[in-house]
Each structure stands twice: as C-alpha cells, then as structure tokens.
Write a protein that binds this ligand. Structure first.
Ligand SMILES: C[S@@+](CC[C@H](N)C(=O)[O-])C[C@H]1O[C@@H](n2cnc3c(N)ncnc32)[C@H](O)[C@@H]1O
Length: 363
C-alpha cells in the first residue's frame, strides 16, 4: 500500500504553518500576476511618467495630469503602494515613485528598464487560452499568430540589454570581430524581429553592411521603420525570410539574438548559416542564460524563462517544420550540439550576463 492509498486519518498530520506559508506565498503571486496588467496600465496611461515629472501626487492630481478617471487612478495607486512600486504618505495623501522604481519603470536607456518584460508577459498570458488547448494535441502556435504586445514587448524587453552590452562587451568578446566591423564587414542578423540589434550594430559600425531577416513579415516592416528612424537604412537591408533560407553569402558575421530556440529547425538554420559564412567568419548566438541541467535553472530567472518557453517559444518551434522545441533553457551543451550537427567545429561561451549567454561559433 502506498502513502496515497492511506485514508487521510492514517497519513502524517498536516503542518499547518507550512500550509499557510504556501497559501500566503500564493496570494503574493496572484498579486504579482495582476500587477503585470497594472504595470502595463501605468506605462500606457502615462501614470509612471507623470509621477517622475511632477513628484508626489494625490490620485486627483494624477488623474488630472494624465486625463484619466480619478477612481481608476486611486485604486491603481493603492495597488502599486501595496506592492512596493510607489510609496504612500498618509499625512499628505500623496503617492511617490521612488528614484530606483522611476529608472526601472520609465528610463528606456537603462538595462534595468522593465516595462517591456511586463508587456511581453501581459501579451503571453492573454494568448494562454489558445496554448492550453494546443497543449492537448501538442501542436504549436507561430510567433506571428500572437497579439502585438508579444512582438512589441519582446523588443522593449531585449533592447536595453543590447544597448548596454552588444557594442561594448559582447562583440569585443568575439575573436577579431570588432576589427572587421570597423574596417567594413558583411553581417547577417537572422530572426532579427524589430531589428533592435541590427540597428545598434549599424549605428556603431558605419563602414559595415547589414542584412536583417525574420520569417515574420510584420516584424520586418517595423524593422525597416526603426532603421529609417535611426538614419541607418542606407546600410541595412531587411527581408522576410526563414533562417533556413535567408539570402546572401560570404558573411563575416552572422548574429542570432534570442531566436535560435524559437525556430522549428535550428539544425537546418545552423547548416544554412554554415553555408552563408565566409571561411573565417563568426556566428554569434545570443540565447537566454541557462545551465545544462533542469536543476541548474530552478531559480527566479529560470522560472520566468521556463514560463515564456511554455507559452511562447516552445509553441513557436512546434508550429514549424521539424519542431525541435529546444526551449529557452536548452543550455550551452544542447546549443553546441546543434552547431556541431551543422558542421561547425569551434564553440565557446564568449560572454554572459544574468539574462544571456553569448556563444562564439566558427567553422
Ligand atoms: C524572441 S524573438 C527575438 C527577436 C529579435 N532577435 C530580438 O532580439 O528582439 C524571436 C524571433 O525569431 C523569429 N523566428 C522564429 N522562427 C524563425 C525562423 N524559422 N526563421 C526566422 N525567424 C524566425 C520570430 O519571428 C521572432 O522575431
């Protein structure tokens, strides 16, 4: 007889303290879940921006500045105060956005900027109904089939990290790549989404030429607009193309930012990169930070990535041919296996941040 088959009266007594500890922890998580929508609300309605610009405010003042309903502003402020996002002064009835929260919630140039992460989570959860049904059959849902908060949130989440790291530390960590870029190199950025990485590289290396590609046509339309707005459209061409079929060859550098694990056929993509690279070219693969074993990733960052993997990345890969579904937490060893299967012989971790691994791959 197993423990499960025992009548409740025969089982070990419940530890009431542990039970209530778990329940209160879960209540905090429901508060955090609701806060995903509340942060998007504060971002979209300009509540955070107004608190930075105007200092401590009453609900009536916040509502007036943002041209919104006072009772919504009041309840939103109270929820934010309960979560530690703003502070409340009972003496004056005002709410204040502390300096650190102001940076994290309003400064898009800071690596600590959070609204993109919340927008991405908000978009992912909104499509979760479809994912729950698809999980029954094991079928996938393409990146292009998600609501636009997923696409826009993704760019806003990743861009600050690229701004902080790409030109100053990730590219210099690759052997000889910055020299080539400064002299004038041919670069392909595959699975480029809105082209945040492509535009940053083109801005930093005006003698190089860039070719951005993604299978999602609406992302490519936005990428073209971003390049034009940044004044680098003369050195970038964008195309709608799968990673197994992007055009051009003899590239000095191919880059893949947080996209390899989303692809149905990463080995096929890796073979195409192998063919398209110059003999001494470099493939830079940026992937979410992860260890090789499940137990290495059972931490807060891994939890977020496994969540996105379940709701976005795994369904994206399953929706395509092959459907390998590496997942966001594949880890260096499985990414290396993909490159070896495609004929590459050199693989190393060139750089890491708490959120990303940067791999250098060569023939
Ligand atoms: C998580 S997003 C990252 C986008 C962009 N690289 C960034 O860092 O902001 C993954 C991207 O991979 C693209 N993608 C997925 N499968 C693809 C494939 N087979 N070929 C090309 N792009 C693909 C998606 O359309 C999406 O833009």
């Amino acid at each position: 007889m197993t423990v499960d088959e025992l009548a409740p009266s025969q089982q070990a007594p419940l530890d009431e303290q542990r039970l209530m500890g778990f329940v209160f922890g879960a209540v905090a998580e429901v508060g955090a879940t609701l806060n995903t929508a509340l942060v998007v609300m504060g971002d979209r309605l300009g509540y955070y921006r107004a608190m930075v610009d105007e200092g401590p405010l009453t609900p009536a003042e916040l509502a007036e500045i943002t041209q919104t309903g006072e009772k919504y502003a009041r309840e939103w402020l109270n929820a934010q105060a309960a979560g530690g996002y703003v502070s409340y002064d009972p003496g004056t009835g005002t709410y204040k956005l502390p300096a650190e929260q102001a940076v994290a919630l309003t400064d898009a140039s800071s690596p600590a900027y959070l609204p993109g992460l919340f927008q991405l989570a908000f978009g992912a959860v909104r499509d979760a109904d479809r994912i729950i049904e698809l999980a029954r059959s094991g079928d996938g849902l393409g990146w292009h089939e998600h609501n636009s908060d997923v696409h826009a949130g993704c760019e806003r989440f990743f861009r600050p990290g690229y701004l902080a790291n790409l030109v100053d530390s990730w590219l210099p960590a690759l052997d000889g790549v910055v020299d080539k870029l400064q002299r004038g190199a041919r670069v392909a950025d595959i699975g480029c989404g809105f082209g945040a990485s492509t535009v940053l590289m083109a801005t930093a290396f005006p003698r190089s030429v860039f070719s951005g590609s993604d299978y999602h046509d609406r992302s490519i339309t936005t990428a073209r607009q971003r390049a034009a707005a940044a004044g680098v459209d003369h050195s970038i061409t964008f195309e709608t193309a799968s990673a197994t079929g992007f055009s051009g060859g003899e590239y000095d550098l191919v880059t893949t930012f947080d996209a390899l694990h989303d692809m149905g056929d990463p080995v096929g993509a890796a073979r195409h990169v192998h063919d398209a690279l110059a003999p001494d070219g470099t493939w830079m693969i940026v992937e979410p930070f992860a260890g090789d074993q499940v137990q290495d990733n059972l931490n807060p960052v891994g939890r977020v990535y496994y969540g996105f993997s379940t709701l976005l990345c795994t369904p994206a890969s399953l929706s395509q041919d092959v459907g390998l579904a590496l997942g966001t937490q594949a880890g260096p060893a499985r990414i290396r296996d993909v490159t070896v299967a495609a004929g590459f012989s050199k693989f190393r971790i060139a750089a890491s941040t708490p959120f990303n691994h940067v791999f250098e791959v060569r023939k």
